[in-house]
Design a protein around this ligand. Structure first.
Ligand code: SAH
Length: 333
């Protein structure tokens, strides 16, 4: 996954247009400005209600073309002191996408991080949309009380899957209790360092972390997938030409985290709590014809249960003892 996505020459994310209508896949902020506006306002409201601390780090992991952050910041202009207090930090691995971000967000003087450990000692307001799903996974097949790892081999010019010998794999020890012979579980070794780095700062200095992605509470089954031109393809065909992702295991993201409250809600519920229908209605008044049709379709795609509304989830992390942020609603998964 790492090589296919990020190789400097052949990696998928280093193509000229990896995301958006011309890329292999599109994301919520690329469909409608409303998504970024509501996420932006959620963070502003949290800042007003609980911290109002200045300065603070406004952080995005995997900002893509910079669309989400630019919509967030535009919506935040209603509270100028929030923008004055914010210092913008972006973490991005793709050189192509860094260029897009530079263009889009230049006026907010962003700084690019190599790791989250470089963040200064101050509150963190962080967001990651479809970032964790792109981090490489390892897949394991339950075999008795052990695991066999699914590996990628090469014969001639073709890639194929094969399984390792069975072995004890400690990070999945707890999954022996809720899986049976033949189940596949996915494990994302790279995720913890981002969570830990950001959560450590939230615990010490305050703030909040919003993670939006597709996935579920626990990984079960093979969810590794490739999208090329918005169509599913075999992940082993044409490496580097398709976007590779797999469902995020939200439970595993926070399994080892202490002192932090995590709240998980369906994306559709979150956006409705945040007033997406009202905002979408206001925008509709300025649109006609094909623009109105595509605007309505985008909103429907984000919230409808048979589209992204329940497949995508919003996880919020904040320090224990803090009041629930406004907009989350009471329903948790
Ligand atoms: N958040 C954007 C883009 C999502 S695509 C949107 O919603 O449109 C995934 C993003 O994460 C891309 O910007 C990709 O380059 C970045 N990314 C994936 N793995 C990364 C890693 N290990 N380090 C830094 N950026 C990464």
């Amino acid at each position: 996954m790492e090589i296919c996505l990020f190789d400097k020459e052949y990696g998928y994310y280093n193509q000229p247009n990896p995301i958006g209508s011309e890329g292999a896949f599109t994301t919520a902020p690329e469909m409608t400005q409303v998504f970024g506006e509501l996420i932006g306002l959620f963070l502003v409201q949290y800042w007003l209600d609980y911290e109002k601390t200045s300065p603070f780090s406004l952080v995005e992991l995997g900002p893509g073309r910079g669309t989400l952050m630019s919509d967030m910041l535009r919506a935040s202009q209603t509270v100028p002191e929030y923008l004055d207090a914010s210092m913008l930090y972006l973490l991005e691995q793709s050189t192509t996408l860094k260029r897009h971000q530079q263009k889009r967000l230049n006026s907010y003087s962003p700084k690019w991080l190599e790791t989250v450990e470089e963040l200064p000692n101050q509150p963190v307001f962080a967001v990651a949309n479809e970032f964790f799903d792109a981090l490489p996974i390892r897949q394991f097949l339950r075999s008795n009380f052990f695991w066999k790892e699914r590996l990628v081999g090469c014969s001639g010019n073709a890639l194929h899957y094969e399984f390792s010998q069975e072995f004890e794999f400690l990070p999945l020890q707890a999954r022996l209790s809720d899986t049976i012979e033949g189940d596949i579980v996915e494990y994302r070794p790279g995720a913890q360092k981002y969570i830990k780095g950001i959560v450590a700062r939230i615990k010490k200095y305050g703030g909040i972390f919003l993670i939006i992605d597709y996935g579920r509470q626990h990984s079960l089954g093979d969810t590794f997938q490739a999208l090329d031109n918005s169509k599913y393809t075999d992940p082993l065909e044409n490496p580097g030409q398709a976007d590779l992702t797999s469902h995020v295991d939200f439970g595993a993201l926070v399994a080892k985290i202490e002192g932090i409250t995590s709240h998980l809600v369906d994306q559709g519920d979150f956006l409705k709590n945040m007033g997406i229908e009202i905002r979408a209605g206001t925008l509709s008044n300025h649109l006609t014809g094909a623009e109105l049709v595509s605007h309505k379709a985008a909103i429907n795609r984000l919230i409808s249960p048979d589209q992204m509304g329940t497949l995508f989830k919003v996880m919020t992390l904040f320090s224990n003892g803090e009041k629930y942020p406004q907009g989350l609603g009471v329903k948790t998964i």
